[in-house]
Write a protein that binds this ligand. Structure first.
Ligand SMILES: [Zn+2]
Ligand SMILES: [Zn+2]
Length: 125
């Protein structure tokens, strides 16, 4: 049987990678996808998506902030094996992600395409 959302949507990504883990629903900004695909091409290494779209229940369960960009299909949390997280941050900033969370302990970046002011922060997770 075909897996739901098993649809290639960009050179390096399929839709299921962005779906909510609890319900398989998904929203995805084309701009977010284009930038992520660009980042993937530039670093030439697989990007693993820890968290893409979240429905409100899932966002609550994982302790996401209310109004999180994950609820809007405008954010991803990613990690890349054997790649310095700080270098990944530099590339992501160059590619134009507007919100960047740097989570050194858990080795992942939050990336979003919020409108307005750029914001980079260091997370505690
Ligand atoms: Zn869900
Ligand atoms: Zn996030």
């Amino acid at each position: 049987m075909d897996r739901i959302n098993d649809i290639k949507i960009a050179e390096y990504f399929s839709l299921y990678e962005f779906e909510c883990p609890c319900c398989k629903r998904v929203m995805l900004s084309p701009d977010l996808l284009a930038r992520l695909n660009h980042l993937r091409r530039v670093i030439n290494r697989p990007i693993y998506i820890n968290s893409g779209y979240r429905c409100p229940e899932e966002n609550h369960k994982v302790g996401g902030v209310p109004g999180s960009y994950h609820l809007l299909g405008m954010a991803v949390d990613i990690h890349v094996k054997d790649f310095l997280l700080y270098d990944l941050l530099i590339y992501a900033r160059e590619i134009g992600f507007k919100g960047i969370g740097y989570y050194e302990k858990s080795n992942f970046l939050h990336l979003d395409i919020r409108s307005g002011e750029k914001r980079v922060w260091k997370g505690n997770k």
